[in-house]
Design a protein around this ligand. Sequence first.
Ligand code: UD1
Ligand code: UDP
Length: 366
Amino acid sequence: MKFYTNKKICIILGTRPEIIKMSPIIKACKKQKIKFFILHTNQHYSESLDKIFFKELRLPQAKYNLKIGSGSHAEEVGRMLINIEKILVKETPNIVLVEGDTNTVLAGALAAAKLNIKLGHIEAGLRSYFRKMPEEINRILTDHCSDFLFAPTKNAKNILLKEGISSKKIFITGNTIVEAVHQNLKLANKKSKILSRLKIQKENYFLVTIHRSENVDKIEGLKEILEGLDLIYMRFNLPIIYPVHPRTKKMIKKFKLRISKNIKLIEPVGFLDFLKLEANAKLILTDSGGVQEEACILQVPCVTLRENTERPETLEVKGNILSGCDSRKILKCVLKMINKKRNWKNPFGSGDASKKILKLFLKNAK
Ligand code: UD1
Ligand code: UDP
């Protein structure tokens, strides 16, 4: 189906998960010949967190790259806001789309809302109810200044309704990550040689990612998590593969933490290699939002190294469990999940979120 329209969409993104989750929307815009341009804040700029995804996912280059880079929250959001506003004034898009809960999302949302440009928030209505998590503030503020709230699940819609947001603005669409996984898994299975490169076998290793600031920015928490990984190795004697996010790498160095030789630290990998690692893991340990979703979609048991999650659907289907950061609790949760029957249903929709989002947006945006 084609959506004939003259409306112009501005797609704002800036970090690894936004590039991945916006990719189905960008592809759908291209296919449907919808006018759009990409505004990249470059909050993520390292090759392995940025360019590799444009290449692998065959995305067009961003029309604008703000080269914001890293900084404090105020520095990142402030610089982005000033620069995004200039581009929106020049380009006058009919609509702005943001996805998720990063500083890029907040800056994009504020810039659009203050210029009275229609704003659509993909992945609206997620709440951890943990205000110390920087993303929680970004989500709440973005939801409350959006004109279109694309909730991935019924649960997310109910959260928004309880906060007083009009039901007219809320649409349940599923999450675009389902398409991103389905569009790329076959390719990953065909192309990725990561298992042989790391000398690991199907369902015979653990996969780990940790990068949340509340987990890695304090020595006690990070040390405890790493001890938990050691306990897992001692119990199972299986490889632990850990692609390290640059934030965590920086902190491991700063705190002079010794990493046990049982944990295989590698650089962050591209989406195809990561999908292959996820799909074939015995179990995934993570504090990532997107990785919790992907584990659930791929039916791989997941232990989330947090006390809360804004993805309760993964707990409800019993594909995920919260361990917090206590090393013994982490091991206990792994023991509980490791032989879990992989038969739960994916709660994040049937893989047509991007189509639904574009259709709703273009139909409703004046
Ligand atoms: C950001 C998001 C987080 C998201 C994550 C995805 C916010 C508040 N946080 O966290 O929600 O889950 O991205 O991965 O928006 N760095 C590099 N290279 C890069 C990017 C960052 O080396 O390309 C290092 C820098 O030392 C930087 C640190 O990582 O100071 C943190 O980067 P930042 O973008 O502020 O936050 P993330 O932890 O990446
Ligand atoms: N990812 C990747 N390579 C890696 C680690 C993660 O491609 O080495 C992908 C993963 O498949 C998921 C996304 O990055 O789609 C999650 O991003 P991240 O954990 O950085 O952020 P969050 O989802 O927590 O915001």
